[in-house]
Write a protein of this length. Structure first.
Length: 551
């Protein structure tokens, strides 16, 4: 049977009318291969297809899949897996600008394709593969390299080749080859810091300036006679004043200039809370032993924490003798090849989402919560799902729909669906009096108030107290988050933040300010700036936004 268009060698060759409700057909064009074409008018915003994907584990694909015809159609998926798009998903050709956008949905293992322009009958439907991918011509053709990103616009949908139904490429058809420089090799090999695709901000040593030292008030007393120190230390133990709140401080301060001795008794107020809304409360002065005839205790400022560096120790000792507890966890740890590969793929996912946002008319700003890197099979995996979102301020006409806020909301919605809210019990509120003998007796009130039930065994978040959304999670963003988004990340207890483009006028992670380093914040997180020249950043002209934009 001959198709109705077979007599037109210069036009698309007719294809079977695959079952779909969007009015599309698969046809072949000489020199371009197969593609998806419209049979009828398709308006802007039409969902062409939600394509399921078939996933391969990395080792399974390396050992078997890549040696078959599947290698022409597979693409990189989060968690270092390879995916085969089913349905129309593997057949869209590249165009810049595209007329079809896509969005990855890892939780449902699918990709949604939506038209961004009106499509006329006979017009090809194309997506944007991205920039800085190296295209290799089929059959050894000498075609110049075209710069396209390793994040080929598909969120890692690389290794795509338009071929005929037998897997033989048409003349001039190109194969997109992803370029993750950390692919292969021993994942446990250490990568030199200068060879990483990003620059990590070295944590600022805490309290290494006198004005930055945090203090709290304490009750102290001058001891004129040094012979009284022994009985006083014994009395402190008996009075149970050896609280962990003062364990970072030494009990005795000696002033070599005045030859005076001062003893620390207890804190004069409760220690600073992790919650900024909870203020310190004053504490009563402890009563002193009467037989020692000591002067009245008084308040004095003392360091709120131990010294982490020698410089900090020197400064804190000028206020009150302090313990030295160097903290290693703030030191920059070496990264392995496996970690670098994981981070590369995660940043590629963010870049792809930003390109997709551009096709939808949104700001090209995106965020990606990566699956936590698993160093070994013994590591706790936590959530095994990644989340990606882009800025939606334009479409929602809402000024707070930033990419970081949207991706945190996605994670929150997922956890809410996974761990439903605990059932509520209702407790009656009694009336003013239910005593029949009372002259003002009134019937008991029937008003009820909701009281949360105890956490159930089915809810590990409540059970373990890990109620913060981003604990041990890493977030990759195309742009440095603004102060609002940086605070949202901080409040969610994010572990690390990677961003591609700094925002000098609005950024809250090192540009306008560095939020996790501010005095008084109750959480610190790591920050790294991705190298825009590393090949993962896509088209800088597309992704760049005005410096005044709050990203």
């Amino acid at each position: 049977m001959v198709s109705s268009t077979s007599s037109l060698p210069s036009g698309p060759r007719g294809g079977p009318k695959h079952l779909n409700s969007s009015g599309c057909i698969i046809k072949s064009v000489p020199g371009r291969g197969r593609g998806v074409y419209a049979e009828r008018f398709i308006p802007r915003g039409t969902v062409i297809e939600i394509s399921p994907v078939l996933l391969f584990q990395k080792d399974e694909y390396e050992n078997y899949g890549k040696h078959t015809v599947l290698d022409h159609y597979t693409f990189v998926w989060p968690e270092n897996r390879m995916a085969l798009a089913l349905g129309l998903g593997s057949l869209f050709n590249h165009a810049d600008p595209p007329n079809v956008s896509f969005s990855l949905d890892p939780p449902t293992e699918s990709i949604k394709y939506t038209t961004v322009h009106d499509i006329q009958p006979g017009q090809e439907l194309c997506i944007f593969y991205g920039h800085k991918i190296w295209f290799t011509p089929s059959e050894g053709m000498n075609t110049p390299e075209r710069p396209v990103t390793p994040e080929d616009g598909w969120g890692g949908l690389g290794l795509i080749e338009a071929a005929d139904t037998m897997g033989v490429a048409e003349e001039g058809v190109m194969e997109a080859v992803p370029r993750n420089p950390y692919e292969g090799g021993d994942p446990d090999d250490t990568i030199n810091e200068e060879d990483l695709p990003f620059t990590r901000f070295k944590p600022i040593p805490e309290e290494e300036a006198l004005e930055s030292i945090r203090t709290v008030e304490a009750w102290v007393v001058d001891v004129p006679d040094p012979k009284h120190l022994g009985p006083l230390i014994k009395w402190i133990k008996q009075a149970k004043l050896e609280s962990p709140d003062v364990a970072h401080l030494k009990r005795i301060r000696k002033d070599l200039t005045t030859k005076s001795t001062t003893l620390l008794l207890s804190l004069a107020s409760t220690p600073p809370s992790d919650s900024p809304s909870v203020a310190s409360a004053p504490l009563e002065r402890p009563p002193l032993p009467d037989h020692l005839d000591l002067p009245e205790p008084y308040r004095a400022a003392v360091p709120a924490s131990s010294a982490l560096t020698t410089l900090s120790l020197e400064l804190k000792n000028t206020i009150w003798p302090t313990m030295f507890t160097p903290k290693r966890k703030d030191e920059i740890e070496p990264w392995t090849r496996g970690q670098a590969r994981w981070a590369w793929d995660a940043m590629r996912a963010a870049v792809a989402e930003a390109h997709s946002a551009t096709a939808l008319g949104e700001k090209p700003i995106a965020a990606h919560i990566a699956v936590s890197y698993k160093h070994s099979d013994d590591d706790l995996e936590g959530e095994s799902i990644s989340f990606t979102a882009h800025d939606t301020r334009t479409s929602t006409a809402h000024p707070l729909r930033h990419a970081a806020i949207n991706v945190i909301r996605k994670l929150a919605d997922y956890q809410a669906s996974k761990y439903p809210a605990a059932p509520k019990s209702y407790l009656p509120i009694p009336g003013p009096s239910s005593d029949p003998a009372s002259p003002t007796s009134t019937p008991p009130s029937t008003t009820v108030t909701p009281a949360l039930a105890e956490p159930t065994q089915a809810d590990p978040l409540a059970q373990n107290g890990t109620h913060y959304l981003l604990t041990n999670q890493t977030v990759f963003l195309t742009h440095e988050p603004c102060i609002m988004c940086s605070m949202a990340l901080l409040h969610s207890r994010v572990k690390e933040v990677f961003y591609l483009y700094p925002m000098p006028k609005t950024g809250g992670c090192g540009s306008l300010t560095c939020l996790p380093q501010l005095k008084g914040v109750n959480h610190r997180f790591g920050i790294a700036r991705w190298d825009a020249g590393s090949g993962v950043g896509g088209d800088e002209g597309v992704l760049r936004v005005g410096e005044e934009i709050d990203a």
